[in-house]
Design a protein around this ligand. Structure first.
Ligand code: NAD
Length: 468
């Protein structure tokens, strides 16, 4: 048991708050730790704090939760800083998207080929990138030996930017690679007998190694594809690992795209809603269509309302347990979602997020295999050393030990998928670092939705007028 100081920035995050705070309470090796929750939104912070403290009490976990709206206070003396903040929130992203759509850019200008994920703004959310650097700078001064665990998007741009400009120890995390399990289940394989490896960039990872009982399992996938030529019917907008888009991408590149990579594909699947429906399935057309993303935003809003209502109940009644406070409000969310939330508080399982097991591995030498975002430094051939890659690694007390990528990524993926995606990242970072919207206009001139220079200039002018 080791006592460390963990700080969660943006602790009111709809997607991460419950998952991370419950994982901490369940991790025996971290009992005795102090966890500081930080957020600028006081009501979200209060709710996250109430739920976390109550869960620690119900679980009899020796974790002390603290809360603050002050970033310096949270970072000062921390051993681990987890950044989950979304500066401006989803409302800001929607506002920018609306301006883009007004000027003829379906789903907004940040929705780019190889970067179609709807809260992964690389071109217009400079506030988010500035905040990443602010945290890193503050850590250099106030907690120079701490690890920064980057959860907030864009993880690819963020990890590259921070790792290039700061000496702090950092790692980026994404839960997208777990979609490999959806595929393993659909193929009817036993997980323990599968040996898999993914490699690429965040939201741009490919199943390099896929063995079943030590033998190549790609033929099993090929057989499945032959029998299911239309892919599977999605149960949610995110259920796309074996969608026609995933299969078509696999046929073209020769390796299976995993998780968010399926969304992060070429224009081919994304022209408009009808096209998206054809490739990602009815009724949503995938997570990033106007319908699919609305579904996701509704879920985020539901969890924020649920945590707020449950925290009110806890405040009013000291004898209520967290499970009771949540169940009393489960009627306001769909039943399948209520089950998901309940599972996060199941003492026997963790949420699946990698952040807390990573801390446990570093602090207690609980060696584990993780999928991490770190600078390449030679792991993927054909990609510069100073670009963040997403790869499997063994983590223990001595740090992160990247696995050798074996077999290597096909040349087609490196040249025609990773390289164009990397150029977009470099372009966006240069625009941000120079604070130069002209570079963004230039990017838009290579965008198939642009029909004139005037159109690109007008949208960028309006966005940065609103954004400054
Ligand atoms: P959210 O808006 O629900 O939560 C973000 C939180 O950040 C809010 O509570 C907000 O008040 C807070 N915040 C905003 N500005 C802040 C500041 N200056 N200081 C401190 N806190 C601040 O968003 P969400 O949907 O939970 O997503 C959070 C982030 O996580 C996004 O960037 C999203 O893209 C990313 N994300 C990452 C993964 C992954 O696997 N890495 C998965 C899903 C979402």
């Amino acid at each position: 048991m080791a006592s460390v100081k963990i700080s969660i920035i943006g602790a009111g995050s709809a997607i991460f708050s419950v998952r991370l705070t419950s994982d901490i309470c369940k991790t025996k090796g971290l009992l005795g730790s102090v966890v500081t929750l930080m957020d600028v939104d006081k009501s979200r912070l209060d709710a996250a704090y109430a739920l976390a403290s109550q869960y620690a009490k119900d679980m009899k976990s020796d974790i002390q939760f603290k809360k603050t709206t002050n970033l310096e206070e949270a970072i000062s003396g921390a051993d681990f800083v987890i950044n989950t903040a979304l500066v401006g929130g989803h409302d800001f992203l929607e506002k920018m998207r609306k301006i883009g759509e007004k000027h003829g850019y379906y789903r907004g200008i940040d929705t780019q080929e190889f970067n179609m994920v709807s809260d992964y703004y690389t071109m217009t959310n400079w506030n988010q990138l500035s905040f990443f650097l602010k945290i890193a700078k503050m850590m250099e001064n106030l907690s120079p030996n701490a690890w920064l665990l980057q959860a907030a998007n864009p993880v690819f741009e963020g990890t590259t930017l921070i790792s290039r400009t700061s000496k702090i120890k950092m790692v980026g995390f994404c839960h997208g690679h777990y979609a490999v399990n959806d595929m393993i289940d659909a193929l009817g394989l036993e997980k323990e007998k599968v040996d898999w490896q993914v490699a690429g960039f965040n939201h741009a990872i490919w199943l390099t190694r896929f063995l079943y009982n030590g033998k190549d399992a790609y033929p099993i996938l090929d057989e499945w594809i032959k029998k299911h030529s239309d892919g599977t019917t999605p149960k949610t907008p995110f259920n796309d690992q074996l969608s026609p888009a995933a299969i078509d991408t696999y046929n073209f590149y020769g390796r299976m795209p995993i998780g968010d990579t399926v969304r992060n594909s070429s224009w081919k699947y994304h022209y408009d809603l009808e096209t998206k429906k054809r490739w990602y399935g009815e009724p949503w057309g995938g997570a990033d269509s106007e319908i699919g993303w609305k579904w996701y935003e509704n879920r985020l809003a539901e969890i924020t309302t649920l945590t707020s209502k449950a925290s009110e109940l806890l405040r009013k009644n000291e004898d209520v347990k967290l499970s009771e406070a949540l169940s009393a409000n489960f009627s306001i969310i769909p039943a399948d979602f209520a089950k998901e939330i309940k599972d996060f508080y199941d003492p026997s399982t963790l949420s699946g997020e990698q952040h807390i097991p990573f801390i446990d591995a570093i602090v207690n030498d609980h060696t584990g295999r993780f999928v991490v975002n770190i600078l390449n430094n030679g792991v993927i051939a054909g990609i510069p050393d100073n670009v963040a890659v997403e790869i499997p690694a063994i983590v223990d007390k001595s740090g992160i030990h990247p696995e050798k990528v074996e077999p290597t990524l096909p040349e087609r993926i490196v040249k025609w998928y990773l390289n164009p995606r990397m150029i977009r990242m470099e372009w966006a970072l240069e625009a941000f670092e120079e604070k130069n919207p002209d570079l963004i206009v230039e990017m838009l001139l290579r965008d198939r939705r642009t029909s004139s220079y005037e159109q690109a200039k007008a949208v960028v002018d309006e966005i940065f007028k609103e954004n400054s």
